[in-house]
Design a protein around this ligand. Structure first.
Ligand SMILES: [Fe+2]
Length: 186
C-alpha cells in the first residue's frame, strides 16, 4: 500500500447573519420538536435528528434557509464547485455534561454552525487522517465549519454552565459545466 497525501481546505467562516438570527433561532428551537438522545456514549440534551432531519418545512429551517443558502453559495465559489444539495439538517443542544462520541457522517461534507457556544464550551475535536493526531477545530460562536464527512469527530463533554447549540447538515456538492470544454463538450 502506498499513501499519497493530498491537501484540501477546511473552511471556517463567521456566519454573516449570526447577530440577527441567534435569538430568533434559539426561540424557534425552544418550541421545536426535539428528543433527549441518550446512549452508552452520547448525551445530547435536545435534538430533532430522529424525527425531523428530512423535514425542510420546520419553523427554524425556514428561518435559517435564506441566509444559509447565501453562505453556501459563497463557500461553493471559494472552493470552485457549482451546486450543493442538503440531504439532512438538524440541531443539537448540549447542556452541562452533554457529549457526542466519535462518529462520521454521510454525504460529501459535514457542516456545523455554532449557534451558541459558551467561552469555555467544547469545540469540535477531530482526528487528522494523515497523522492520526487529535486536534480541535479553531472555532467560536457564530462560525460555520465545513469538512469532509469521513473525518472522525466528536463533541467532548460540555463542562461549562452554558448550553452549546449547533445546527448541522449533511451536504453533497456537484460540478456542472465548469470543465465542459476540457471534457469534450461543444
Ligand atoms: Fe457530527
Amino acid at each position: 500500500m502506498h499513501k499519497q497525501n493530498i491537501s484540501f481546505p477546511i473552511i471556517t467562516s463567521r456566519f454573516h447573519a449570526h447577530d440577527n438570527l441567534k435569538q430568533p433561532l434559539l426561540e424557534t428551537l425552544d418550541r421545536a420538536v426535539g428528543e433527549h438522545l441518550q446512549g452508552h456514549t452520547d448525551d445530547i440534551s435536545k435534538s430533532d435528528w430522529e424525527t425531523g432531519r428530512f423535514d425542510y418545512e420546520r419553523e427554524w429551517v425556514n428561518l435559517f434557509r435564506p441566509d444559509l443558502f447565501e453562505h453556501l453559495h459563497k463557500w461553493l465559489a471559494e472552493i470552485k464547485y457549482d451546486t450543493f444539495n442538503i440531504g439532512e439538517i438538524w440541531y443539537q443542544q448540549y447542556t452541562n455534561g452533554g457529549r457526542h462520541a466519535w462518529h462520521i457522517h454521510s454525504a460529501n461534507f459535514t457542516n456545523v454552525y455554532y449557534l451558541e457556544l459558551p467561552e469555555d464550551g467544547p469545540k469540535t475535536e477531530w482526528i487528522d487522517p494523515v497523522t492520526q493526531e487529535r486536534k480541535v477545530f479553531d472555532v467560536q460562536e457564530g462560525d460555520i465549519i465545513t469538512f469532509p464527512s469521513w473525518i472522525k469527530h466528536r463533541s467532548t463533554t460540555n463542562e461549562s454552565k452554558g448550553t452549546k447549540t449547533i445546527i448541522s447538515w449533511n451536504m453533497d456538492i456537484a460540478i456542472s459545466d465548469r470543465y465542459g470544454e476540457e471534457n469534450g463538450y461543444p
